[in-house]
Design a protein around this ligand. Structure first.
Ligand SMILES: NC(=O)c1ccc[n+]([C@@H]2O[C@H](COP(=O)([O-])OP(=O)(O)OC[C@H]3O[C@@H](n4cnc5c(N)ncnc54)[C@H](O)[C@@H]3O)[C@@H](O)[C@H]2O)c1
Length: 209
């Protein structure tokens, strides 16, 4: 694989879509897939797909297509999914419990190893076979279980405090669901998620129909 320099964010954001589509194709028993077919399934032009993949190396055979297993493995490697990251969810309310229960994270190679909350009524309960522990023990547990990624699902007012604790505990990345702009050190990777953006965008489109 090529050294991955100056890859655009748009290209990187498309890689998980390629991975998911290849996984589905693999489940369907497809051995070889063309960029035309990948494009059709994703609503992306075949030229864009070839260009994106070419940023990382030489994949596929001209006139034949891409070997699904091989390309999925390569895209998974580029995404770092073969690392088996250990993840923890903080804030086990409605959203946190739903995320903790989401089985697909395991399929992608993420291991749910800890859940944290501050509410004594929630601490000690179990979600998806993982016990909810006291946020005050987080630093110790992050180290002991080698937790790489912290998922924030606490109310906005508490989210910055939780992010600070995760940074201090030594996680590598944060997936934030709270609707605030986090202040984190430049070295910390943070991805903010907001489902309402998708819904608002849908509203825009149906308003104009
Ligand atoms: N990004 C999205 O698309 C999206 C969707 C839904 C909810 N949210 C956000 O997710 C967050 C959680 O929403 P919810 O509906 O699950 O709320 P909730 O009230 O059901 O759950 C919040 C949980 O966080 C715990 N908590 C509060 N402060 C804490 C702290 N300092 N340390 C540890 N745990 C703490 C509470 O005890 C509770 O169990 C909110 O910020 C909400 O805005 C985002």
């Amino acid at each position: 694989m090529k050294g991955q320099v100056n890859i655009s964010k748009a290209t990187i954001d498309r890689l998980p879509l390629y991975f998911r589509t290849l996984r589905l194709a693999q489940d369907e028993g497809i051995d070889i897939i063309s960029s035309d077919e990948l494009g059709r399934r994703l609503g992306i032009t075949p030229e864009q797909i070839r260009k994106d993949l070419a940023s990382f190396g030489q994949f596929g055979k001209k006139g034949v297509g891409y070997y699904v297993n091989e390309l999925k493995r390569n895209v998974g490697e580029i995404l770092g999914l073969n690392n088996h990251w250990n993840i923890a969810v903080v804030g086990i309310g409605h959203l946190g419990a739903a995320l903790a229960n989401y089985q697909n994270f395991v399929t992608l190679g993420f291991n749910l190893v800890a859940l944290f909350d501050q509410d004594p009524n929630v601490i000690g309960t179990t979600v998806n076979h993982v016990k909810v522990e006291d946020i005050r023990d987080m630093k110790k547990i992050v180290k002991e279980r080698n937790i790489h990624i912290g998922i924030i699902a606490v109310p906005a007012a508490f989210a910055q405090g939780v992010a600070d604790k995760l940074v201090d505990a030594g996680v590598k990345g944060i997936w934030n669901f709270a609707p605030i702009k986090m202040e984190v050190p430049e070295t910390m990777h943070i991805v903010n998620e907001d489902l309402s953006i998708g819904l608002s965008s849908l509203s825009y489109h149906i308003t104009r129909k």
